[in-house]
Design a binder for this molecule. Structure first.
Ligand code: THU
Length: 160
Protein backbone atom coordinates (compact mmCIF):
# COMPACT_ATOMS: atom_id res chain seq x y z
CA UNK A 1 0.00 0.00 0.00
CA UNK A 2 1.21 3.46 -0.95
CA UNK A 3 -0.30 6.71 0.27
CA UNK A 4 -0.64 9.59 -2.15
CA UNK A 5 -1.83 13.14 -1.73
CA UNK A 6 -3.56 15.39 -4.23
CA UNK A 7 -3.05 19.10 -3.76
CA UNK A 8 -5.00 21.93 -5.38
CA UNK A 9 -3.54 25.35 -6.07
CA UNK A 10 -6.04 28.11 -5.30
CA UNK A 11 -5.70 31.85 -5.69
CA UNK A 12 -7.84 33.87 -3.32
CA UNK A 13 -8.85 37.46 -4.07
CA UNK A 14 -10.50 39.63 -1.43
CA UNK A 15 -12.57 41.83 -3.72
CA UNK A 16 -13.67 42.03 -7.34
CA UNK A 17 -11.54 45.15 -7.77
CA UNK A 18 -8.44 43.00 -7.12
CA UNK A 19 -9.21 40.90 -10.21
CA UNK A 20 -7.74 41.64 -13.66
CA UNK A 21 -10.01 43.99 -15.64
CA UNK A 22 -11.27 41.35 -18.10
CA UNK A 23 -12.18 39.06 -15.20
CA UNK A 24 -14.01 41.89 -13.44
CA UNK A 25 -16.05 42.33 -16.61
CA UNK A 26 -16.74 38.58 -16.75
CA UNK A 27 -17.79 38.49 -13.08
CA UNK A 28 -20.09 41.47 -13.68
CA UNK A 29 -21.76 39.55 -16.51
CA UNK A 30 -22.14 36.54 -14.21
CA UNK A 31 -23.78 38.79 -11.61
CA UNK A 32 -26.22 40.13 -14.21
CA UNK A 33 -27.00 36.59 -15.36
CA UNK A 34 -27.51 35.56 -11.72
CA UNK A 35 -30.26 38.12 -11.33
CA UNK A 36 -32.13 36.56 -14.27
CA UNK A 37 -32.01 33.08 -12.74
CA UNK A 38 -35.29 31.20 -12.54
CA UNK A 39 -35.10 29.93 -8.96
CA UNK A 40 -38.61 30.06 -7.46
CA UNK A 41 -38.05 26.88 -5.42
CA UNK A 42 -34.57 27.18 -3.92
CA UNK A 43 -34.43 30.99 -3.90
CA UNK A 44 -30.73 30.44 -4.62
CA UNK A 45 -29.59 32.31 -7.71
CA UNK A 46 -26.49 31.35 -9.62
CA UNK A 47 -24.94 33.12 -12.60
CA UNK A 48 -22.14 31.91 -14.85
CA UNK A 49 -20.24 33.71 -17.59
CA UNK A 50 -17.77 32.12 -20.01
CA UNK A 51 -15.17 33.98 -22.05
CA UNK A 52 -14.45 32.56 -25.50
CA UNK A 53 -11.13 32.96 -27.31
CA UNK A 54 -12.83 35.51 -29.57
CA UNK A 55 -13.40 37.63 -26.45
CA UNK A 56 -17.15 37.08 -26.63
CA UNK A 57 -19.00 36.29 -23.39
CA UNK A 58 -21.63 33.55 -23.06
CA UNK A 59 -23.78 33.41 -19.94
CA UNK A 60 -26.13 31.08 -18.11
CA UNK A 61 -28.11 30.93 -14.89
CA UNK A 62 -29.93 28.23 -12.97
CA UNK A 63 -33.28 27.19 -14.41
CA UNK A 64 -35.49 25.34 -11.96
CA UNK A 65 -38.57 23.22 -12.54
CA UNK A 66 -41.56 22.10 -10.47
CA UNK A 67 -40.30 18.58 -11.20
CA UNK A 68 -37.08 19.38 -9.33
CA UNK A 69 -34.54 17.16 -11.18
CA UNK A 70 -35.65 18.65 -14.49
CA UNK A 71 -33.98 21.96 -13.67
CA UNK A 72 -30.39 22.77 -14.54
CA UNK A 73 -27.48 24.58 -12.86
CA UNK A 74 -26.11 27.87 -14.17
CA UNK A 75 -22.73 26.41 -15.12
CA UNK A 76 -24.25 23.75 -17.34
CA UNK A 77 -26.71 26.19 -18.91
CA UNK A 78 -23.72 28.41 -19.76
CA UNK A 79 -21.43 25.69 -21.09
CA UNK A 80 -24.19 24.02 -23.10
CA UNK A 81 -25.06 27.46 -24.47
CA UNK A 82 -21.42 27.86 -25.59
CA UNK A 83 -21.28 24.28 -26.94
CA UNK A 84 -24.50 24.77 -28.89
CA UNK A 85 -23.72 28.18 -30.37
CA UNK A 86 -19.91 28.33 -30.57
CA UNK A 87 -18.86 24.69 -30.90
CA UNK A 88 -15.41 25.44 -32.32
CA UNK A 89 -14.34 28.21 -30.00
CA UNK A 90 -11.98 27.72 -27.09
CA UNK A 91 -13.42 28.63 -23.68
CA UNK A 92 -10.73 30.43 -21.71
CA UNK A 93 -12.41 31.49 -18.47
CA UNK A 94 -15.50 30.88 -16.37
CA UNK A 95 -16.85 33.22 -13.67
CA UNK A 96 -19.50 32.03 -11.21
CA UNK A 97 -21.43 33.90 -8.55
CA UNK A 98 -24.31 32.82 -6.33
CA UNK A 99 -26.63 34.46 -3.86
CA UNK A 100 -29.44 33.30 -1.65
CA UNK A 101 -32.64 35.29 -1.27
CA UNK A 102 -32.72 34.21 2.40
CA UNK A 103 -29.27 35.13 3.68
CA UNK A 104 -26.07 36.86 2.62
CA UNK A 105 -23.83 34.40 0.81
CA UNK A 106 -20.30 35.37 1.84
CA UNK A 107 -18.57 32.09 0.97
CA UNK A 108 -17.23 31.34 -2.49
CA UNK A 109 -19.67 28.91 -4.13
CA UNK A 110 -17.93 26.19 -6.14
CA UNK A 111 -19.68 24.33 -8.97
CA UNK A 112 -21.51 21.13 -8.00
CA UNK A 113 -20.13 17.72 -8.91
CA UNK A 114 -22.37 17.22 -11.95
CA UNK A 115 -21.30 20.61 -13.34
CA UNK A 116 -17.64 19.78 -12.78
CA UNK A 117 -18.14 16.63 -14.86
CA UNK A 118 -19.89 18.55 -17.65
CA UNK A 119 -17.26 21.29 -17.62
CA UNK A 120 -14.48 18.68 -17.80
CA UNK A 121 -15.89 17.28 -21.04
CA UNK A 122 -15.42 20.65 -22.78
CA UNK A 123 -12.01 21.28 -21.27
CA UNK A 124 -10.79 17.90 -22.49
CA UNK A 125 -12.42 18.40 -25.90
CA UNK A 126 -10.62 21.70 -26.43
CA UNK A 127 -7.33 20.44 -24.93
CA UNK A 128 -6.77 23.67 -23.07
CA UNK A 129 -7.59 24.58 -19.49
CA UNK A 130 -10.57 26.71 -18.45
CA UNK A 131 -9.70 29.07 -15.59
CA UNK A 132 -12.52 29.27 -13.04
CA UNK A 133 -13.25 32.17 -10.69
CA UNK A 134 -16.07 31.61 -8.20
CA UNK A 135 -17.64 33.64 -5.42
CA UNK A 136 -20.78 34.15 -3.39
CA UNK A 137 -22.65 37.43 -3.30
CA UNK A 138 -19.76 39.09 -1.45
CA UNK A 139 -16.53 37.83 0.09
CA UNK A 140 -13.51 36.12 -1.37
CA UNK A 141 -13.21 35.11 -4.98
CA UNK A 142 -11.39 31.82 -5.52
CA UNK A 143 -9.53 31.04 -8.72
CA UNK A 144 -8.47 27.63 -9.98
CA UNK A 145 -6.42 27.26 -13.15
CA UNK A 146 -8.37 24.35 -14.61
CA UNK A 147 -11.55 22.29 -14.24
CA UNK A 148 -9.22 19.39 -13.40
CA UNK A 149 -8.23 21.17 -10.18
CA UNK A 150 -11.84 20.75 -9.06
CA UNK A 151 -12.24 17.22 -10.43
CA UNK A 152 -9.16 15.13 -9.82
CA UNK A 153 -9.37 11.41 -10.71
CA UNK A 154 -11.98 12.28 -13.33
CA UNK A 155 -13.86 9.92 -15.60
CA UNK A 156 -13.69 10.60 -19.32
CA UNK A 157 -14.09 9.23 -22.83
CA UNK A 158 -10.76 7.38 -22.85
CA UNK A 159 -12.30 4.66 -20.67
CA UNK A 160 -15.15 3.99 -23.09
N1 THU B 1 -26.99 25.42 -8.54
C1 THU B 1 -26.26 25.91 -9.58
O1 THU B 1 -26.79 26.60 -10.46
N2 THU B 1 -24.95 25.60 -9.63
C2 THU B 1 -24.28 24.85 -8.71
O2 THU B 1 -23.13 24.51 -8.91
C3 THU B 1 -24.97 24.45 -7.49
C4 THU B 1 -26.44 24.61 -7.48
C5 THU B 1 -28.42 25.70 -8.50
C6 THU B 1 -29.29 24.51 -8.73
C7 THU B 1 -30.56 24.93 -8.03
O3 THU B 1 -31.33 25.70 -8.94
C8 THU B 1 -30.09 25.83 -6.91
O4 THU B 1 -28.76 26.22 -7.23
C9 THU B 1 -30.09 25.17 -5.54
O5 THU B 1 -29.40 23.98 -5.56
Amino acid sequence: MKKQKIEIDLEVFETISELPKDIQELMNKAQQARENAYAPYSHFRVGAALRLSSGQIVTGNNQENAAFPSGLCAERVAIFNAGANFPNQIITTLAITARSENQLTTEAIAPCGACRQSLSEYEKKQKSPIEIYFMGETGNIIKVASVMDLLPLSFDAKYL
